[in-house]
Every structure is written in structure tokens, then in C-alpha cells.
Design a protein around this ligand. Sequence first.
Ligand SMILES: [Zn+2]
Length: 404
Amino acid sequence: MSAVDQTTEAKRPGPDLPRVLRLAELAALVRATPGLHVRWSEGPDRDAARTSIDTESGLRLPGLSVNPLDPEAWWTRPWEDWLARQLSQYRHLGDENPDRYAWVLRGELVGRGPDCEPLLSDVEPVALLSGELLREAEERYRGAFDAGRGPEDSAVRATAWSEDRPGFFRLTVADTNCYLVRTADGATLVDAGLPATGRALDALLRHLGMRRTDIDAVILTHGHFDHVGMARSLHAADVPVLVHERDQRLARHPYSYRPARARVPYLISHPGGIPVIGRMALAGALAVRGVAARADAVDGVRVDAPGRPMTIHTPGHTDGHCAYLFPDAGVLVSGDALVTLDPYTGRCGPQIVADAATSDAGVALRSLERLAGTGADLVLPGHGEPWAGGISRAVASALRVGRH
Ligand SMILES: [Zn+2]
């Protein structure tokens, strides 16, 4: 192939793999081969000979920590810019140890590491990245980006959406997701995000050639402020808003809930959650106004809206929390009954939400069984990345984490 150079570099340690010399070649390789990742280490042979350990906890990791190279769906700038940023942001991983180098690999995604990075097993090395390429990436990154601009800043400006499965569009602002489901019959919005999610929604609707009034229904997983943000304005545009009857009052007064533990002292003891809550505040979380939702989400009944999702009452996080199953697509929108990022602790991986925001954790853990019973293969949570490893594994992992 022309994208890589088969020569080896005598001084460099490492296996006899093709070396990628230029960013443009790497972009061509990534384009031609979806699912590639980069890793900084002493090489595939050394990695194969020992197990990876999470140094802080001492626990064994089920796979190698890697960083993805595929651009996200919202990335509309050149792929070289994306790669330059990815490579520059993690370059320090090689700086601490001169025997470490960057290599490209693929494998099976088996989990997430302590910083939410993907973990791969059954690894197949693909190529080495040359020092010239890493220097080119660094220069391009400095030239093409506002390098070092804080994530707080970008989170507020973010108008990000992605299509997780055909017709399932995720809007993410301040680590809070909602989903526009588009079918031949129309569109259903599952959850209504934060007020600032409105810009992301409008960008997505523009992309789809739609307007807000083309949304047929908003269905809420529950009535918390971070899931109700745009509901009132959509309701004012005559879009019906649905919720379970036991969360109808909460949807009208989204701050009126009483968690198992008061939030402020909890956040002080779990500082990992403060940035997320701070970003939510910047995205308008403190100014959400309630909505007069219809109590038409009924357990075991399919919602009369595009996609016809099955309502699954999953109380615990709130009394009226519901997940929505799209059986034909194998997709479960789990809301906050099961998340992959806990906004109150900053912890990643499938879990119920912390006591700081959960009404009854024991009930929430029992509701996980109902989710497991759906057999869905893709889980779209209220917070965190989608989980494509099947609902059973997600539930098993949430039960291991347990109450927190
Ligand atoms: Zn939430």
C-alpha cells in the first residue's frame, strides 16, 4: 500500500511493522481502515508479555489502554487536523520513557480505563508512527487550533451531535445526552437535555432539513432538570411532551427532588464530579423551567410516537423513571437508570447514578433486571458514551459497581 513505508528505522526499538511517515498517510490509512487506535508503549511484544495494571487501584485491566483515531461524526474539518490534535494531546505518554513509541493497532473493545480511554484485547498491530509524523502533528496542532483552550469553554460552545445507529442521533452538551430518533413516520426526541442543548438540536435539525415543529413528540425518561431543559420551549411550539405519571410533578418542578444524600457535601467528598456539574451550570442547568407533560408513558405500553418505543418503568433514580426500548433496532435509551458516566462523581463505565442524585438506590439496582430483560444490544444512556456491548454486560457491570 502507498500509505505506509515498509522500511525500518535501525535505531528505533519495535517490531517489523510498516512505518507511517506523514500525517496525510496516516489520514489515508485511518480512512481506509475504520477502528484504528494509537498506543504509546514499549511495543506489542512487551505488551503481550505482561498484564496491564491500573496503577492507582492495583487492579488488572482487561485490555490495553488506547486512544481512538477515527474522527467523530461531528468533525467537519480535515482529518489531518483531528489526528494532529489526538496525537499531540497524548504525546506526553511517550515523553516520560524514551523506550516508548507510538504504534497503531486494532482489536476488540472490552471496556474503558480509568480515564475513559478504550481498552482493547485481541490486539493486532498495524503500523508504527515515525518521529517526523509526531513532530508534524505537533506543528499542525499548534498552527490549526486554539491549543490549550479549556474544556469548560468548549463544553459551553459545543453544538455536538452524532448518529449512533442509523436514525438515532445523540445530542451531547455538558456530558448530558438526549436523542432524536428519526423514522419514516417522523421524529421523536427522547429527553430534552439542558437549555444550551437547543443550539445542538437546531444544528442537527438543519442538517436533517427539519424544524422544531417537525418533532412529533418529546418523551422524558424522568423529570430532572438536565433532561427537561428544552421541553418547555418545544411544548410551547405544540410538541406534546410525555412522562410517566409518577414523574409528572417533577417535570413541572424539576428541582423539587430530594436525593438520598445532599449534593453539596457529597460533591466535596467526590471532587471528580465538580467539573461536570459546573459545565451543566454553564449550559443553563440552574435556570430550567418545568413543563406540563402528559402522563402518557405507561409501563409495558408502546408510545404512540415515531419509533413506537416500549416504555419500561425503571424506578429508583426517580419514582417515575422510564427507559425506552426500540425493539426493531435493538436500541435501549436507558436515561439515568443506567449511565456510563456518573455526573456526580466523574466515574466512567456502566453504573447507576450516585446517591447524590438518586431517590432510592436499592430500587434503582432492582430496576436493572428489567433493563437486562430487554436484550438490547446498544444502550444509549443519559450521561456518558453509548454502550455497544449489550445490555446484559452493562447491567452486570453496574451491579458490580453497586450503590455509591
Ligand atoms: Zn441526568
